[in-house]
Every structure is written in C-alpha cells, then in structure tokens.
Design a binder for this molecule. Sequence first.
Ligand SMILES: C[S@@+](CC[C@H](N)C(=O)[O-])C[C@H]1O[C@@H](n2cnc3c(N)ncnc32)[C@H](O)[C@@H]1O
Length: 232
Amino acid sequence: MNRADLNKKTKDIASMFDEVAPRYDLMNGIASLGQHIYWRKQTVAAVDARPGQRVLDIAAGTGTSSEPFADAGVDVVAADLSEGMLAVGRKRRPDMTFVQADVTDLPFEDEEFDAVTMSYGLRNVADFPRALREMYRVTKPGGRIVVLEFSTPAFAPFAAIYKNCVLPAIPPVAKVLSSNPESYVYLGESILDWPGQAELAQHFADAGWADVKYRNLTGGIVAIHRGFKPSK
Ligand SMILES: C[S@@+](CC[C@H](N)C(=O)[O-])C[C@H]1O[C@@H](n2cnc3c(N)ncnc32)[C@H](O)[C@@H]1O
C-alpha cells in the first residue's frame, strides 16, 4: 500500500492518491463529520465566479471541488496530478474537463484564468511556494486565488482536543472504509506539520498575491486564504 511521508515526493503523492481514489469521496464526508459541504460552499462563494468565466481548480481530484462551478455555467478546468483520481472524476462527470497537471509546472499559458482555486491540495506539495507562483502566472491581472486547506484551530483547548482525539480517530475509520487506510495516517501528520494561517498568508504575499486575507471555518480546522493578482 502506497503512503506518502512528509518529504512529499511527487511520485509518492500521486500513487497514494491513485489508491485513495475509489473511495475518496465517501471517506471525505465521514472524516470531516459532514462539515465538508459547508466548507465547500464557502470556498465556492469566495471564488465568486460568473458564468462564462474560466476557472482552474487545481488538485481537483475526482472533480468534487470543481462540480459547483460547472453546475453554475463556469468554464472550469479540473486538473490533478493523480490519474487514478482523474479516472474516477471522468467516469462520474463526463461533461467536465479533466487535465493531468502538476501545480508546480502547470501546462497552461500565462494569464489564462479568471480565478484559480485549490481545495485540500496545497498541503501535499513539497515546494508549495513554487505552486503559489505558478498559480499566479496562469491567473489574469485582477483575478483571484482561493485556497481551502486544513489549518490550525484558533482556540488552544479546542486545538488540543482536535490534535489528540479527532485526528487520531480518523485512521481506524479509514481501515474499514478506505481503499488506502495508510494515507489517513499521512493526513494527520501533514495537517500537524502545515504552517498556521498567518504564516501561510505571508507565503501568498511572497508569491506576488495582493490583499491576502484568510478566514477560519469550524474554529480553524480549515481556513480559506484569498488573494488577488494586481491589475496592470
Ligand atoms: C485531498 S485531494 C482533494 C481533491 C479535491 N480538490 C477535493 O476537494 O475533494 C488532494 C489532491 O491533490 C492532488 N495533488 C497532490 N499534489 C499535487 C500536485 N503537485 N499537483 C496537482 N495535484 C496534486 C492529489 O492527486 C489529490 O487528488
């Protein structure tokens, strides 16, 4: 069974998600205790895309994060590293555009998209500052970035319960339900290793994004970071 570690080698990440793919969406709902629906809605609202606009959903996986855009008449490209995740997506949503792509080396022209978004993907990229620069490159001036990612709960006692009780409870559930239970050990490790909200916001600014803001959801279990590419 393939499981990545905190070195996050691209090959290990891709094969881990290839194995996760068949039951990814089922586990996602259970591990988040249903909160994922609310988190996704807030992310889609933050992107604020209009029908006809072109949006890149990178690390789209099976396309679950891209669907609301397609359903609203937005021209969304669902791109992902893992062929296994894309295969599940293409089968489920043959009407959507799926593209194999690494966020650190995107196969798109400069300034192609009105917005770029990424849900639960950035944490899996070893060179994530480079990913933030690549996303900046393919975004039109005036366009925006919206990233949903696991984060650091703001209230210390809640953070302790989350770290010591909630995260350790996920791998045993995954043992029963997931096609790659080991990957849920990596999930907990990678969440605890990830920069906090303010530090991550600084990485966005370093990549060129302006007016960077973040918003905690469910006490900071996840956070949405948003920024703009300055107009010319
Ligand atoms: C947890 S899934 C998220 C899928 C989807 N965005 C969602 O919200 O359900 C993370 C995805 O990130 C993708 N990924 C990891 N590293 C990547 C990279 N360097 N470039 C593109 N996608 C990547 C994985 O293949 C996986 O499908």
